[in-house]
Ligand binder design. Structure first.
Ligand SMILES: Nc1nc2c(ncn2[C@@H]2O[C@H](COP(=O)(O)OP(=O)(O)O)[C@@H](O)[C@H]2O)c(=O)[nH]1
Ligand SMILES: [Mg+2]
Length: 215
């Protein structure tokens, strides 16, 4: 650990609240926001906990689909980490799905401070229809997208290389957009932390340029 430099040191972490409905309450949009998206059970809470070095920060749930709000966490007073509700879990009722999609899409469309999105996909599985809808939607929004391929510890070396390649090809992803990740081993945490930091740095830079132009 001694010569290890953490690309995202967590100095302060504060839960700011949840947004329950499209157009509903949300924290003041003053900081760049990085949102985390993925279907229920993909490992989103586990990934967020690893990213911020907390054991149970975003709750790791064994009941998929329970977190229905968009949760906002302020990191280092520098950016907002936004935990989107997991989508596409079969046991969730149609009405629940009908309210989540406008919530997620409304947030992504209606957030000028959105600096980027981390989209999670289980490395073992083909993307679901919901995943594909989400990726198309993110392409339309046009913000930087990082794809975290979760649970890589569940695959052997060869299978894993094949799956990563196949997903990159199918989804036409750049190699440097893709982060193989395991919450179990911690693999990919620092790479993801570096990617998030650079998205935030990019957003802060362009907002200070905008301010300079206004003066
Ligand atoms: N083997 C393994 N299991 C994981 C990993 N990440 C999450 N899980 C498990 O997958 C399940 C769902 O994880 P969770 O973080 O709650 O997923 P969420 O619904 O997307 O927030 C839990 O049983 C986790 O322990 C991982 O990297 N490796
Ligand atoms: Mg969760």
């Amino acid at each position: 650990m001694s010569d290890h430099t953490d690309p995202l040191v967590i100095r302060a972490l504060e839960f700011k609240g949840g947004m329950a409905a499209p157009g509903g309450w949300r924290p003041e949009p003053t900081l760049p926001e990085v949102a985390f998206a993925g279907r229920s059970n993909v490992g989103k809470s586990s990934l967020i906990n690893k990213l911020v070095h907390r054991k149970a920060f975003a709750r790791v749930s064994h009941t998929p689909g329970r977190t229905k709000e968009i949760n906002f966490f302020e990191v280092n007073r520098q950016f907002m980490l936004v935990d989107l509700p997991g989508y596409g879990y079969a046991k969730v009722s149609k009405t629940a799905k009908a309210t989540w999609r406008p919530l997620i899409e409304g947030y992504l469309r209606g957030t000028p401070k959105l600096a980027g999105v981390v989209q999670l996909l289980d490395v073992r599985h083909a993307p679901t229809d919901d995943d594909l809808v989400m990726l198309d939607f993110l392409a339309e929004v046009g913000c930087p997208v990082i794809v975290a391929l979760t649970k890589v510890d569940k695959l052997g070396v060869r299978e894993r290389v094949e799956r990563v390649k196949a997903l990159e090809l199918q989804l036409q992803l750049d190699e440097d957009q893709v982060v193989p990740f395991s919450a179990r081993t911690g693999e990919g945490r620092d790479e993801l932390a570096a990617a998030v930091s650079s998205i935030v740095a990019g957003a802060l830079e362009s907002s200070s340029e905008e301010r300079a132009e206004e003066l």
